[in-house]
Design a protein around this ligand. Structure first.
Ligand code: AKG
Length: 389
């Protein structure tokens, strides 16, 4: 079948989805939800929903002021992503660039958030997505719950990971998707999500770019400057860490999926996996004998290359077929972000959130999505899109 005919088929898919069940907004449920209602109306049809006030009862909602965080865990050293522009894990200058991972005391992190001009040229965001709620931020878990009981009952198991998010209003999580059912709880401030349903995959362009990392080259009281360091030109310590992290990844998430015949790093749609590739700051990029990165997989990462806030429709006209679903999630509210929905995220300054990832069911929906992905890869339509994880 030629690409034009295939394109018509994908239009049918997207239009049927829009006509039948995709809304332009995310419904807000005001009452406590039962596991059965949650599963029947939202999980099973793979639809997002906001559950108003669903974590209002958490002590954290009132307790987690900066003063409290300082007194409870001020000296604790945590991992913080640092970038010059707020974009961690995003495309810049022809690379897929990961943030500099900085270890800093919570009290120092809070001081920078309160006075961003004290660290000019650097934007900080706690966004490790590696289950940091049970590591760096574990002392705060007593102020929340370690899962949402109605969600755990609906999914039939405990979450596989919990993450803590806090940062600067300039920090942006670029468009991606995850193979997890996501229960996203806002504790302070608000979060703005731009979503796309999985059926929009044909309209979301991917570019496959060399992986790199921001690295600070000059740090003084008046300015900091970052450079982009390609991972392929890395060093032994880097490669060793990546190997270790790939092993961890396998332990945590199972074997990384391989693109059929594609020699790409198997981190494509999966920020959780991707973040297992991040290097800790103590693993400096200086020195060491270089070992080829390709021994653990190519250093190229496929990533969505359109900015949903300023889409370049001249370059990517097919994006006009896509359906943006925007939602602001307020303090005390929970967003259910179903598996494989694309999302782009921003927040109010010093917003705090916690999310729980529940494992996805590999059912007929997964099989259809894998089929659509394979069709796109094998046609000339969206060849860069990675295999489904
Ligand atoms: O809050 C964010 O910045 C990103 C959230 C996200 O990507 C996720 O929960 O999967």
């Amino acid at each position: 079948m030629d690409d034009i005919k295939l394109l018509n088929c994908f239009e049918v898919l997207a239009n049927e989805a829009k006509d039948l069940y995709i809304r332009k907004d995310v419904p807000v449920i005001e009452h406590p939800i039962s596991p059965l209602e949650f599963h029947r109306k939202w999980v099973s049809p793979n639809l997002p929903v906001v559950l108003k006030g669903a974590v209002n009862h958490w002590p954290a909602i009132k307790k987690w002021t900066n003063d409290y965080l300082r007194s409870a865990i001020g000296d604790k050293v945590v991992q913080v992503a640092a970038t010059p522009n707020g974009y961690a894990d995003a495309i810049a200058d022809g690379y897929f660039v990961m943030p500099e991972e900085r270890k800093m005391a919570v009290k120092d992190f809070l001081s920078v958030l309160e006075e961003p001009e004290s660290l000019p040229g650097t934007i900080l965001y706690v966004q490790s997505q590696n289950g940091n709620l049970s590591e760096d931020w574990v002392d705060l878990v007593k102020d929340i719950e370690s899962d949402l009981p109605w969600a755990t009952e609906a999914f039939g198991e405990l979450p596989s990971a919990g993450n803590f998010w806090m940062g600067d209003e300039r920090a942006v999580t670029s468009m991606h998707r995850d193979p997890f059912e996501n229960i996203y709880c806002v504790i302070r401030g608000h979060k703005d999500f731009i979503l796309h349903p999985p059926t929009d995959l044909p309209w979301l362009p991917y570019a496959t770019l060399p992986a790199a990392r921001y690295q600070i080259v000059k740090k003084n009281s008046s300015s900091s400057k970052f450079e982009i360091v390609p991972l392929t030109s890395g060093c032994e310590s880097k490669t060793t860490v990546v190997k270790e992290q790939l092993e961890d990844q396998e332990k945590n998430y199972g074997k990384p999926c391989n693109g059929s015949g594609l020699n790409e790093l198997s981190v494509e749609d999966n920020m959780g996996r991707l973040n297992n590739l991040r290097m800790d700051e103590e693993h400096s990029v200086e020195g060491g004998n270089c070992e080829s990165f390709d021994q653990v997989g190519s250093s190229h990462v496929p990533w969505i290359c359109i900015d949903p806030e300023k889409p370049d429709l001249m370059a990517y006209p097919l994006y006009s077929n896509a359906t943006q679903v925007k939602v602001r999630v307020h303090e005390g509210d929970v967003l259910f972000l179903p598996a494989h929905w694309f999302h782009h995220v921003k927040q109010s300054h010093q917003c705090i959130a916690v999310n729980f990832w529940y494992d996805v069911r590999f059912d007929h929906r997964y099989a259809y999505q894998a089929f659509i992905t394979a069709l796109l890869q094998n046609s000339g339509l969206n060849t860069g899109c990675p295999p489904l994880c």
